[in-house]
Design a protein. Structure first.
Length: 488
């Protein structure tokens, strides 16, 4: 049923441009999307991916132009020539129509054209890897922002529950004060903590809305309707669906009003377990650091693009060196002149060379430097990739270690809060002790959620850094059926 609902709720809209019809994905109101759905939408809509496709097409065109050097050049022309001659004794004028056709064919230029073709082919390969890098960047931008929405919503839920706890505590403290059991300072402190919790809630709601904007932006969905997103395997909160809605972004409401009195305020318990993350589990990252570095060197499209650029520079150097060498070409032509009804046919083989020796030497020197620059770029990229993977791996492992520790801390602070509340209720503890216990419990929950978010983002960044194959991706071919699934 969920699959059928999703299919029914995701609509595909066609935006017709002057250059043709370009498929744009939109979201239907109340749709339920998973992380792969959001990635699909981003891959379909991203103008950066489209730009990378256009650049690839240009590189293919440049390769075709380079290959055209082996094709014959056709020439054709016609004209009318008029001559008017005057002397002291007479004048003379005549006109003649002419027509000419010729064909020129390169026979051999000692590998210059071959080197040029290979250079542009490597440029084409580099642009293909640039496209793949753009796809990876798009995928992981969606993942990061998707996790951001889940974390922000969990934080809002925690802070809403904290406001409710403070409201009930205020009601109970006010009832104690009215009965003369507690002092005025306890009531004032209850009001202060309630106000602080409301301010914290407002700030978390703002961060939640910012997270929604970032997710919609990463999918390139403007004027997005209200929809919901699902949990992920590594972000399995108690609530299964998280709403994504900015339709009431300008809505205002007054939170400064104290809660209404309740008749059983003495019996109101302010200790309530906040089940945002319970029994959180995740599969550890399957690769060691050394394996991750090897995968990065093997998979990274930017490193492959550097390799292709180096090969292109080497071919450019070959081409530049061979410009000293002559070209052998053949030519055939036919001409017609109507003045004497004459026609002619000619065939020839030419050997030609033209080069500025001084300028050519400097061009060769520059081409050698370009090769050295490309080699240096590869060395620098490998160094950067190594330390990038190392840093991200360390971060991920540290967050992975923090999660179970923070889960224990949540349980401990809850127990401490329950004990402090019980002591306060029977007059053994003071209000500051109670509030400290409550704040510690709330902060432990927020820190727990933040650690889960940090772990997910760190893991996603590590997957991006080693360019792991993704379950949802897109190909360089620009058609609506180019999205495909790949198993790891």
């Amino acid at each position: 049923m969920k699959f059928i609902k999703r299919i029914a709720l995701i609509s595909v809209c066609l935006s017709v441009l002057s250059a043709g019809a370009v498929e744009q994905m939109s979201i239907e109101k109340h749709a339920v999307l998973g992380i792969n759905d959001c990635i699909n939408i981003a891959l379909q809509n991203s103008p950066k991916i489209k730009k990378a496709r256009y650049n690839y097409k240009i590189s293919k065109g440049n390769l075709g132009i380079a290959k055209s050097g082996y094709f014959p050049t056709l020439g054709i022309g016609t004209g009318y020539n008029f001559t008017d001659t005057h002397t002291d004794r007479n004048s003379n004028n005549n006109g003649a129509y002419t027509a000419e056709a010729s064909i020129n064919q390169l026979i051999w230029n000692f590998g210059k054209t071959n080197a040029n073709i290979r250079m542009y082919n490597f440029n084409r390969i580099a642009s293909l890897y640039d496209f793949e890098k753009t796809v990876l960047d798009t995928i992981f931008a969606v993942k990061t922002n998707y996790y951001g929405v889940l974390a922000a919503k969990a934080t809002v839920d925690i802070n809403k529950a904290n406001v409710q706890i403070n409201e009930r505590n205020y009601q109970r403290t006010k009832a104690y004060f009215d009965e003369g059991v507690k002092s005025k300072i306890d009531l004032v402190n209850a009001e202060v903590y309630l106000s602080d919790s409301k301010v914290t809630l407002v700030n978390s709601e703002k961060l939640y809305q910012n997270a929604l904007v970032l997710l919609n932006n990463s999918m390139y969905i403007a004027f997005a309707p209200e929809y919901e997103i699902e949990n992920t395997e590594t972000f399995n909160f108690e609530h299964k669906l998280t709403p994504v809605s900015l339709e009431k972004i300008d809505e205002k409401y007054d939170m400064s009003v104290p809660p209404e009195d309740v008749g059983n305020a003495f019996l109101t318990s302010q200790v309530e377990k906040i089940n945002v993350l319970e029994n959180y589990e995740f599969e550890p990252f399957p690769y060691t650091f050394e394996e991750s570095v090897k995968l990065a060197y093997k998979n990274r499209p930017d490193l492959k693009a550097f390799d292709a650029t180096l090969n292109a520079m080497k071919e450019s150097l070959k081409y530049t060196k061979r410009e000293y060498l002559p070209e052998i070409s053949a030519r055939a032509g036919y001409g017609y002149r109507n003045e004497y009804n004459s026609n002619s046919f000619n065939v020839g083989v030419n050997l030609s060379s033209s080069v500025n020796i001084k300028g050519q030497k400097h061009r060769i020197d520059n081409a050698k430097v370009q090769v050295e620059i490309a080699e240096n770029e590869i060395d620098m990229a490998k160094q950067d990739i190594y330390f990038e993977v190392q840093n991200l791996y360390v971060n991920m492992i540290q967050f992975e270690k923090q999660i179970p520790l923070l889960a224990v801390k949540v349980k401990q602070t809850l127990e401490n809060f329950e004990l402090a509340d019980g002591r306060y209720a029977v007059g053994l503890g003071d209000y500051i002790e109670l509030q400290d216990a409550k704040v510690n419990y709330n902060n432990a929950q927020v820190n727990y959620v933040q650690a889960v978010y940090n772990y997910n983002v760190a893991r996603a960044n590590l997957e991006k850094a080693i360019a792991l194959p993704q379950s949802v991706t897109t190909s360089i071919e620009d058609n609506k059926n180019d999205r495909k699934s790949k198993k790891h």
